[in-house]
Design a binder for this molecule. Sequence first.
Ligand SMILES: NC(=O)CC(=O)C(=O)O
Length: 310
Amino acid sequence: MLKRGFKIALVQMKVGADKAQNIETAVREIHKAKSQGAHIVALPECFNSPYGTSFKIALVQMKVGADKAQNIETAVREIHKAKSQGAHIVALPECFNSPYGTKWFPEYAEEVRVSGTVPERCGGALYNTCTVWDGSGKLLAQHRKMHLFDIDIPDKITFRESEVLSAGDQITTFEYQGVKIGVGICYDLRFSEMAHLMAKQGCSVLIYPAAFNMTTGPKHWELLAKARANDEQLWVALVSPARDTEAGYVAWGHSTLVDPWANVVAKLDEKPGTLLADVDLSIVEEVRSQIPVRVQRRTDVYDTVLKTKC
Ligand SMILES: NC(=O)CC(=O)C(=O)O
């Protein structure tokens, strides 16, 4: 029957935020086209997802103070603002509800799951935990900081999260509207193995709520974001609290978005503000196909393996 020609149907359908609705529309149109004699039916690119190849991310670099209710109010206001400006994903800084410091974590810890990154109390233990939620209030992911920030730089900064916090032991990734995203918290950024395992699980974007300081921030913040982006050929977003020079722990600020070529595409200074930018996922494929290190690894000689189950 196809020898002398055939009927093709090109379905120009509406693609919205509701994945199930998109699939229902596609199936209905396929059946309709078939009943009208179509031999081949084609759907648009990313017919199940509104992003196409890009989405908008908002990194909320907010002022975090001692007033927990005020911190939460600021976060909620900034989330609404970012959404009204078209953001699909909004990220808050590490410990957005609490001053960053081991003496504060027990007081500010939450037993119920709270969005963003907060000190979490679970039974007798405290964690530094990030949860991710979709627009309908469904929990998509929960990450407990896996690498605790225990450092000692004489005359500069000594910090020992392990005095009060327990470490998580899970790699955390989630899928939102067809995009696989990995989450790490602050010191986790320093561990290339963790980023590599998230990339191996299919991530195109890594988001790190973080709070580097005035010693490590200028030295390593941007360097590490670029390193992870370059190593794994994906997007890296770092979101910090704004700098408060009166605080016990002074955050570096400079929330940053780096593309898979390791270009810094957007960066804030130290003041409160929201970085709103497009994340173009086609660049992930571009870099990975042009510099194909992912398929050139000598996994016959070495490997990075996950030892806990996700
Ligand atoms: N605060 C952190 O967890 C990490 C940090 O400041 C650093 O690695 O430097």
